[in-house]
Design a protein. Structure first.
Length: 352
């Protein structure tokens, strides 16, 4: 009788980083905030470069990027090589194929964008702007919410052994109250009226909920009836067990519907192997003194070791959050970074 041969694994380091308004120097990104001067910009890209070097991830999901050029500068400071950098909507170079002398693009306008950086081969890229048909939500005082404020970005990468992996980065609507403004940004509501404040918070919740439901549709389309692993990561602006996160993940449905596993997502932190050191410092943001997890890494069942459709597992999840206790400084991020060490079997040829 042949002896059991343990499978060979390839590792995949993925990380998510909210970079807190990464923008070029001397460029106004929000009307109510000063642009970075040259010294502030240098400090910021140095700091981000050091963090990227420490993470040393194969795939980086980034949020709050205003200028792709600033992200590329920070990557340059890291000393690591990443051939693929994409932040749709925040480009600074002229469009590909433009005639000589075409002016560069101005970066993101109105709101920062999400991007993906990777050292792996990229097979395809897709940015999702509009909600699927039928998923628009009426927001009081604003009207139908029909598109993502910060379009999620999907990149399909190919590992060295041929395995395809979908990586989707997201940045959902924040909990910050959505007060009504005119086209010039002037306030149309009394922000000191607590009842109006409640309505403004409800608007944000409705918008984040609509984005979560639309994101759920993207996840279902990527997972249903396939065995290509999916990693969804980014700033969810809510914790793992919130209604909006569970709208995206639908993890709880697995308990009473085995078929739901095929299209469910699982919190990587909770899927860590037994040998992982689970620390009580698993938080990525501090709001008014209370730690919380807003930055999350979710994985499909192909990374769940106990699943019969498993192609690998989650070995470890680390939170890089020490800088959250170093005081407020916009050269640093106000979010911790989260990194997961994933493994995929190299003796499985299903997705080559």
């Amino acid at each position: 009788m042949p002896s059991y041969i343990p499978p060979n694994y390839a590792t995949l380091f993925v990380a998510t980083c909210n970079l807190l308004n990464l923008a070029n120097p001397n460029r106004v990104y929000y009307d109510n905030q000063d642009a970075y001067n040259e010294r502030e910009y240098e400090r910021k890209i140095d700091w981000i470069g050091e963090r990227i070097h420490a993470l040393n991830a194969d795939v980086l999901a980034v949020q709050e990027v205003w200028d792709e050029a600033a992200l590329k500068a920070a990557i340059g400071r890291s000393g690591l090589r990443y051939d693929f950098v994409s932040v749709p909507g925040a480009e600074n170079a002229p469009p590909p194929g433009s005639p000589p002398g075409t002016p560069g693009r101005p970066g993101a306008q109105g709101t920062p964008r999400v991007g993906i950086v990777t050292r792996l081969q990229v097979d395809s890229v897709q940015s999702f702007v509009d909600f699927p048909p039928g998923f628009a939500v009426e927001v009081p005082g604003i009207g139908p919410h029909t598109r993502f404020e910060r379009p999620p970005l999907l990149v399909t990468v190919r590992m060295k052994h041929g395995q395809l992996v979908h990586v989707l980065t997201v940045h959902l609507k924040s909990k910050r109250p959505k007060f009504l403004q005119d086209a010039q940004g002037n306030h149309l509501e009394d922000r000191d009226d607590r009842k109006i404040g409640a309505m403004a918070s409800l608007r944000s919740l409705l918008m984040r909920g609509a984005e979560a439901a639309a994101l759920r549709c993207i996840v279902i389309d990527l997972l249903q009836g396939t065995n290509v692993p999916l990693v969804v990561m980014g700033d969810f602006n809510d914790n793992p067990h919130s209604v909006t996160t569970q709208l995206v993940a639908a993890t709880s449905e697995v308990a009473y519907d085995k078929a739901a596993r095929d299209v469910a997502l699982f919190n990587a932190y909770e899927m860590q192997g037994e040998s992982a050191l689970k620390k009580d410092v698993a938080y990525s943001h501090i709001h008014q003194g209370f730690p919380d997890v807003l930055d999350q890494i979710l994985v499909s069942e192909e990374f769940v070791a106990t699943s019969r459709h498993s192609l690998g597992d989650v070995r470890r999840v680390d939170y890089f959050n020490d800088h959250l206790h170093e005081g407020r400084d916009r050269s640093r991020s106000d979010h911790g970074f989260v990194r997961a060490l994933l493994r995929l079997r190299t003796d499985d040829n299903n997705n080559r």
